[in-house]
Design a protein around this ligand. Sequence first.
Ligand code: GRF
Length: 208
Amino acid sequence: MKNICVLVSGGGTNLQALIDAEKSGVIKNGKITCVISSKEGVYALERAKQNGIPTRVMPRKDYADVATYTKAVTDALLEEKADLIVYAGFMTILDEQIVKAFPYKMINIHPALIPSFCGKGYYGLHVHEAVLQRGVKISGATVHFVTEVCDGGPIILQGTVPVLDDDTPEVLQKRIMENVEWKLLPQAVSLFCEDKIELVGERTYIKK
Ligand code: GRF
């Protein structure tokens, strides 16, 4: 059974999807053993507590710089004996120390079809604003391994939704969350925990 640690900073709807998936047996061979938040008082922490999951609050503002903060988070994850780290709406940048400590053991969900609309500055509603401004007809979400390159690690799963003429960023965000993110992230977590993700160079293959 793999220890799953989830990093959050906000409402935690993706965390909730993972909790529900663990309960219903969608996630095989994995258990959420810790939730770490970069912000105090966020609802994601409440969701963890309601489900008896241990939490740690590590406010970014309590640390002098990115390096010190990354070291503290990495140490916490080592203490927790994390086998898999899931970035579920974690809004804080960490440096390469954590990638070295957990190579190809960290996954992120990004609310667009990578390699479009990703990288620095593409977070939250900014992603969906850019999608609407460019006028693409489909969008979606991507689960990928976390590497040193922001949103640049090997892609594990992608899912799509249509972009509709009267969409606002908020409406599109909701469609992507409900139809893609909350399904794709638990699926990817389960595949990882079952050792079904094969990495060959920059590509991943799902073992049957
Ligand atoms: C999601 O849109 C996710 O794709 C992005 O941040 C958002 C987190 O939302 N990385 P929540 O905290 O899981 O509700």
